[in-house]
Design a protein around this ligand. Structure first.
Ligand SMILES: CC(C)(COP(=O)(O)OP(=O)(O)OC[C@H]1O[C@@H](n2cnc3c(N)ncnc32)[C@H](O)[C@@H]1OP(=O)(O)O)[C@@H](O)C(=O)NCCC(=O)NCCS
Length: 349
């Protein structure tokens, strides 16, 4: 059967011109992730997908579709950060499970690689969930932490296209109905725990910009090329408006180091009006303030804020590098359990 490969643009809204095509595109994204993980926990609602797939001042996203008989059966996405050219481009290729092994994935990859290299990317990266089939031949992470089934479709596809596995990221879920509530941790006399719901309060925007900037340098990235990614006040504001403008609410816990008056750690959850699941976004304690149980205190405080603010939320999902033992220790103690694994892949041109 013949297929066509086309670049598409994201519509201005969920109801105007192009919105039907966008919904079909979003449905392919959700169907492939649900098939890989064996759960629909990570399905995103169309308003959330549209908010994230449109360009913003710090991220350009370009989209490719493959159609058969006028139906979208595969999609590709390129993510570029023009302010960080040395980071290269992130690519994504999804083909509906019933249409695989007919060259569609390769056609999409060729199209998205061309978009990335035409934009100047010298490193092509992929972060993708793999099926968690146990046993059988394994591909082991070069970090020494974690492996994936060598017969997973994505693993076979990426290795056959010269991408190298660099890191395994564990996807874990906390079932709020079953997990014990975290005992609040008493912060020491120098540390004050704060929480807020929604956009970052004015008084903390500068401090949060420092913390978010440190995420790019302080979290383990294994062999993935990762340049320092600076945040400023305007970027925080754009980020916060994008979340609140798409049916989602940010719930933040932070620690103020009282003697200096500065924030030294934070943990952020995003819950969705549409969904049952909250997504764990960044958690960071600045290196110089580690070892005082602030990570545990922050995650416990954020979970309590979620239970109070969004009591119908059933679960929290988080992503952690498999070698990030300090963060996994905190999460395991709270009751998070692994539901799948992502591979971080890279191809240097
Ligand atoms: C990976 C994926 C995009 C491949 O799509 P596809 O249309 O089946 O890809 P192709 O038909 O072009 O396959 C190209 C080559 O990849 C390899 N490959 C892909 N799936 C394979 C499998 N199940 N077993 C063995 N080799 C496989 C083969 O070398 C294949 O060539 P061949 O069929 O001539 O042997 C698809 O399986 C998918 O959407 N998976 C989930 C998302 C994902 O993992 N994306 C990849 C990272 S971006």
């Amino acid at each position: 059967m013949t297929h066509t490969v086309d670049e598409i643009s994201m519509p201005g809204s969920l109801h105007g011109p192009g919105s039907e095509q966008f919904r079909e595109y979003a449905a392919v994204r959700n169907a492939v992730e649900t098939h890989t993980l064996g759960t629909d926990l990570l399905v995103m609602a169309p308003p959330e997908i549209l908010a994230e797939y449109r360009d913003n001042p710090h991220r350009i996203r370009r989209h490719v579709v493959v159609r058969e008989d006028d139906r979208i059966v595969g999609r590709g996405m390129v993510t570029l950060r023009p302010h960080l050219p040395e980071n290269g481009a992130y690519l994504m290729v999804d083909v509906l499970p019933t249409r695989r092994r007919r060259g569609i994935g390769s056609a999409i990859l060729q199209a998205v690689e061309a978009i990335a290299t035409d934009a100047g990317a010298r490193i092509l990266k992929v972060a993708v969930a793999h099926s968690s089939t146990p046993g059988g031949p394994r591909l082991v992470s070069p970090t020494g932490y974690g492996d994936v089934s060598a017969s997973d479709d994505g693993v076979r596809f990426l290795t056959s296209h010269a991408y190298a596995l660099e890191q395994i990221v564990r996807i874990s879920v906390l079932d709020l109905g079953r997990a014990a509530r975290s005992e609040p941790i008493d912060a020491g006399p120098d540390d004050r725990l704060l929480t807020w719901v929604g956009p970052t309060p004015d008084e903390w925007v500068d401090d949060l910009a420092v913390l978010r900037s440190r995420m790019s340098t302080d979290a383990p990235t294994a062999g993935m090329v990762q340049a320092a990614d600076p945040w400023d006040v305007a970027r925080i504001r754009e980020h916060d408006e994008r979340i609140s403008g798409s049916g989602r609410t940010m719930l933040t816990a932070a620690v103020e180091h009282v003697p200096s008056g500065a924030l030294v750690g934070f943990s952020e959850l995003i819950c969705s009006d549409a969904g049952r699941v909250a997504i764990q976004e960044d958690t960071l304690v600045l290196r110089e303030h580690r070892g005082r149980r602030l990570g545990t205190a922050l995650k416990g405080a954020a979970a309590e804020l979620l239970r109070r603010h969004a009591p119908t939320t059933e679960a929290v999902v988080t992503w952690n590098a498999e070698e990030n033992r300090p963060m996994l220790d905190v999460n395991e103690a709270m009751g998070f359990r692994a539901i799948g694994y992502e591979g971080a892949w890279q191809r240097r041109l």
